[in-house]
Design a protein around this ligand. Structure first.
Ligand code: SF4
Length: 373
C-alpha cells in the first residue's frame, strides 16, 4: 500500500491485501506506529473487504434494575452499597412497565445492573417474563457475563443452567460488558473480585452453545499497555473461531471521573488511542460482523471519524444511559434516528437500522452529504 510509510505497517497492509490473518506482532505494530493516517488506510481496507459500506445502528433503551453491587471495581462510578442514599432497586414489574413504555419506537432493551448480594435467579426469571408478556416483540439483551456468573453463584446453580433458565424466560442475547482487560496483570488490579478471563469467556462460550448470541468489549485507556490490549483481542478472536456467537465488538474508552482508578491514571485515552483501538479491532477481529465506534464513550465527532478507521457500527440511540455518564461522559443520550442517519450519511456511508441479531429493520439510501463538504 503506497500511502503507508512505516515498514511494520506496510507488512500489516501486505497481509490485509493478500487476505492473510494478522498476528500478535501486527496488532502491536498498529498501536506503536506514528503513522495514524496509515493505520486508517489499512483498517479501512479491511473494513471494506469484510463488511462493505453499510453502517449499522439500532434504536433501543437502557434499563437498570439496580445499582446495588457486592463488588467495587476501581473503574466503576455506577455502583452503590445497600442503604446508600443513591441506591435503587426496581421490581420485575417496574422494569416490565418501563420496557413496554416505548415498545412501539424501540426494537430492543438493554438491561444491566449491579451484582446484587441477595437476588437469585428467580428475580431475573420474573423480570424477563414480565417483559415478554408486556412487550413480546422486544429483543431483550441483558446481563453481562459477570452478572451471569454472579447469579449462578448466589443461586447455587451452574452457569449453563442459569443461562438455560434465563433464555427460556425471555433473555435473547448478552451484552459484552465485564470483559474489561483479560490479562491477569491488569485484571487483578482493576477488578480483583470479578471472574477471571476464562470465567468470562466460558459464560459466552456456553451462551453461544445454547443459541444466545452476545457482544464483546474491552475497557482501555487506563493502566493497561499495548500487549494487554492485543492479547485481549486475540483471546476474543480465538473464542469466536470456536463458537461463532459474537455479533459486535465494542471498544470502551475508559471514563475517569467519580471512580477510584481515575486517581491512578494521569491521562485517559486520547483521540489517537481511540482510533487505533477501533482500527486494531477491525484488523485482528476478522471473524466479527461488527466493530463499533461507540458514540457514548468517544463522542459523536470521533465516532464519525471512527467510520474511516474500521468501524461499521455506531451503536444505539441509548435513552437513559448511565454507566458512561456517571463516569464523566457528557455525550447527549437521546440521539434519535435522524441524527444517526445524518452522522452516517455525512461520512459517505449507507445507514442500516438493525436489530440486536444484525437483521435489517430498514435500509436507508445514502443521500447527499452535508452542505459545505
Ligand atoms: S463494574 Fe459492575 S460489578 Fe464492578 S462495581 Fe460496577 S456494577 Fe459492580
Amino acid at each position: 500500500m503506497e500511502a503507508v510509510e512505516d515498514p511494520r505497517l506496510q507488512e500489516v497492509a501486505r497481509k490485509v491485501e493478500s487476505g492473510e490473518r494478522l498476528d500478535f506482532s501486527d496488532g502491536v505494530a498498529v498501536y506503536e506506529t506514528d503513522d495514524l493516517l496509515g493505520v486508517g488506510r489499512v483498517a479501512d481496507l479491511q473494513r471494506r473487504k469484510l463488511a462493505g459500506d453499510e453502517v449499522y445502528f439500532s434504536v433501543n433503551r437502557k434499563l437498570y434494575h439496580t445499582n446495588v453491587c457486592a463488588l467495587d471495581c476501581s473503574f466503576c462510578a455506577f455502583y452503590s452499597k445497600p442503604g446508600d442514599t443513591d441506591a435503587f432497586e426496581h421490581t420485575p414489574v417496574e422494569i416490565g412497565e418501563k420496557a413496554a413504555e416505548y415498545s412501539d419506537v424501540i426494537s430492543s432493551v438493554h438491561i444491566v445492573g449491579g451484582q446484587h448480594p441477595a437476588w437469585r435467579i428467580e428475580y431475573f426469571e420474573d423480570l424477563f417474563t414480565e417483559i415478554s408478556e408486556r412487550a413480546p416483540d422486544l429483543h431483550v439483551k441483558a446481563l453481562t457475563a459477570s452478572e451471569i456468573s454472579w447469579i449462578a453463584k448466589v443461586s447455587d446453580v451452574s452457569v449453563e443452567e442459569t443461562l438455560r433458565r434465563l433464555r427460556d424466560s425471555g433473555l435473547d442475547s448478552l451484552p459484552g460488558g465485564g470483559a474489561e482487560i483479560f490479562h491477569p496483570e491488569v485484571r487483578e488490579k482493576i477488578c480483583p473480585e470479578k471472574e477471571d478471563a476464562e470465567g468470562w469467556l466460558d459464560v459466552h462460550r456456553t451462551a453461544h452453545r445454547l443459541g444466545v448470541e452476545s457482544n464483546a468489549t474491552m475497557l482501555y485507556g487506563h493502566i493497561e499497555d499495548v500487549e494487554h490490549r492485543v492479547d485481549h483481542l486475540l483471546r476474543l478472536r480465538s473464542l469466536q473461531d470456536d463458537s461463532g456467537g459474537f455479533s459486535c465488538f465494542v471498544p470502551l474508552s475508559y471514563q475517569m471521573e467519580n471512580n477510584e482508578l481515575g486517581e491512578a491514571v494521569e491521562h485517559g485515552a486520547t483521540g489517537r488511542l481511540d482510533l487505533k483501538t477501533i482500527a486494531c479491532a477491525r484488523l485482528l477481529l476478522d471473524n466479527f460482523r461488527g466493530v463499533r465506534a461507540y458514540r457514548m464513550v468517544v463522542g459523536e465527532k470521533l465516532c464519525q471519524v471512527g467510520l474511516d478507521y474500521g468501524a461499521n457500527d455506531v451503536g444505539g440511540t441509548l435513552m437513559e444511559e448511565r454507566i458512561q455518564s456517571d463516569a464523566g461522559s457528557n455525550v447527549d443520550q437521546d440521539v434519535g434516528r435522524d441524527e444517526m442517519l445524518h452522522l452516517i450519511r455525512d461520512a459517505g456511508r449507507v445507514p442500516v437500522e438493525r436489530d440486536e441479531m444484525y437483521d435489517v429493520v430498514e435500509r436507508f439510501d445514502s443521500e447527499a452529504r452535508a452542505a459545505g463538504d
